[in-house]
Design a binder for this molecule. Sequence first.
Ligand code: NAX
Length: 328
Amino acid sequence: SPSPVTVAVTGAAGQIGYSLLFRIASGAMLGPDTPVALSLLEITPALGAAEGVAMELDDCAFPLLHSISISDDATTAFAGASVALLVGSRPRTKGMERGDLLAANGAIFTTQGRALAESAADDLKVLVVGNPANTNALIAMSNAAGVPRERFTAMTRLDHNRALAQLASRTQRPVTDIRHMTIWGNHSATQYPDLFRAEVGGTVATELVDDQAWLEGEFIPTVQKRGAAIIEARGSSSAASAASAAIDHVHDWVHGTPDGDWVSMAVPSDGSYGVPEGLISSFPVTCADGSYSIVGGLELDEFSRARIDASVAELVEERDAVAGLGLL
Ligand code: NAX
């Protein structure tokens, strides 16, 4: 049987970890033929809770789960990792200034970037989920000397999936009828979910839903603010849906996107669509043979262009702020 692939997960004792780890161990991420060695990273006070999650993973007797290790040291936890899911981060708490938030995450993601460079496997793939995800990924990438930049990505797949669900509901069509959905920019309230390139059953979505008021007044803000709506309804932030999106992101990166479709991933810009090179911004991408490529040559209408520019401007501001703190 094939040798196990080491998957490192940070924030393993958190909410998202509690959904994510079981899906990884079941084979949903790397497929039914790939055994998985899980490596969990947590902060010291949460090691006991991580141990409890590991006990439950054991109790599932997953045929593909080769082993579980737990550490509070990043270099140890990332040793031999081919996939690293960076979920743990310092969320904004009451009274916290933006600068404090960036500094706290800077400490986490500089350390983790260096640790990945030191101990991860050569075929490492990184997905940053912890917010601010794009900028945390930029910090990790900038501190991971020797790891190719394109291995660092951040998650906008949850936003992408939310946009699919909203469009499916509006058009009364199954999500499987939709192609070419795109989230552009930052994983934040400035993100731009783009319907102008999306198709439902082969028809351009904006022809099917020819309603600018719905697009601007409902669709875009619903997708942008869905995270806040979940907190309002559930009392805690999206967890199972975020875990599911992380599974989708890595699954498609490893196994490829379906012919004739694309997905949204925040990846280091190559300068495409006027996004400054190196900025980790969401694009439409296709994946094949374990690599992704930004979909080229799309014509952008003026409305989309302005929305993308606004979100990219926010990413530039975040980059400049963390550069100012010496984190890049
Ligand atoms: P939780 O607070 O439930 O769990 C986070 C875990 O990370 C905790 O167990 C904590 O001990 C651990 N942690 C903190 N610092 C760490 C470090 N330096 N090393 C290892 N572990 C560390 O949060 P949860 O709901 O699981 O969310 C995790 C992150 O995902 C948050 O930053 C959240 O904002 C972000 N999200 C990102 C989404 C996206 O689409 N990109 C959507 C969902 C989610 O909001």
